[in-house]
Design a protein around this ligand. Sequence first.
Ligand SMILES: [Zn+2]
Ligand SMILES: [Zn+2]
Length: 287
Amino acid sequence: MYRDAVANYHKAELGDPTRVLFLRPSQLPFCPVDFFIQNAMHGTVRTLDFGGCFYTRVGTVVHEVMQQALCLSGKFLANYECKECGTMHELSYKYECCGFPTVYHELSINYKGISGHIDAVYRGDDGKFYILDFKTTGIAAAPKKAKDPGIVYVEQIEAYAVLLELQYKIPIEGIMDAFILRDNPNKDPAVFVKKLTDENRTVIKKRLKGYLKMHAAALDASTLEEALELVEYPRCKNPYCPVCKLPEKTLRAEIKKAYRNGKAAGHVPIRGMAERAVAAKKKRRSK
Ligand SMILES: [Zn+2]
Ligand SMILES: [Zn+2]
């Protein structure tokens, strides 16, 4: 029964349509082809398999526990909400108010079409700020993760660092990925640390600009020609990308299939679909 669940279980849910309209650091390196195919085929419906459900939930729990426990150090810059007096202590270290622990709220990024949340902004003993992402890993993989967490995690946290600087005007000294050990959280996490240099900043900003352009092209592709033009962007650097390793011919065939399906289902252009879903959601709420 268990094996059957692992092999066959799928959970479908309606994703938040506003998320489609913004570039999100968690989806970097951005792949316009994968983005187009997924949204054209499935609209705003997201499906997770057994492992996907498991790791997503584990990740949520780890974030909650880390944020609740670590913010008591007074070194985590965030928004803290007091449930007693109702005050939102914005951009503070106020982990306690009215004699009770406050609720930790991640700083949100909303900058020129890019949207997301930052796990933690840590103020080191040197008084400088570091962006921190919480990830989980097994003990066996931990040493490797600390050395090289992979392009997906690095691009994500680099984007957060630069966007935080731009939006909040807080200078960031470095980026950190803390890999909490799933199989033994009592042991120290493996930590990847990197200093943020001006050279990095220039590269990261340029990369984000490129992704924004690709994201807009994928959102607005409304003819088959426009959809096929997405292939002309360089293949994405995500080693887990389901489409970029396909031969060009197969890739084009996949786009064609997604385009036909998306047109018939009203998912293409993707921006139109997402905007209608957002409007419908608003209408449901106001009822
Ligand atoms: Zn209070
Ligand atoms: Zn790709």
